[in-house]
Ligand binder design. Structure first.
Ligand code: ZN
Length: 77
């Protein structure tokens, strides 16, 4: 996926490639797509904020953003 002549689905203008970031604890993490519903594990009776992802399909997320109207499309690749 790269900057392309793929037109915006809303206004038909040019789209530019990018990605979404989770900015947590002063670090930037690229978002990932994981199949299924989020499951928060329990540890000693406490539900963790993290989610279990082991054994699931896990893909990077890339996006196209319209340079005119800002419409964003997401792709798991
Ligand atoms: Zn647009």
């Amino acid at each position: 996926m790269s900057d392309t002549n793929y037109p915006c689905g809303k206004c038909g203008s040019e789209m530019g490639m990018g990605f979404l970031v989770d900015r947590t604890d002063n670090s930037d993490y690229v978002l990932r797509w994981v199949e299924g519903e989020p499951v928060h594990p329990n540890l000693l009776g406490m539900t963790l904020k993290s989610v279990a992802t082991q054994g699931r399909q896990d893909l990077g997320v890339r996006s196209l953003r319209c340079k005119r109207c800002g419409f964003v499309e997401l792709y798991a690749v």
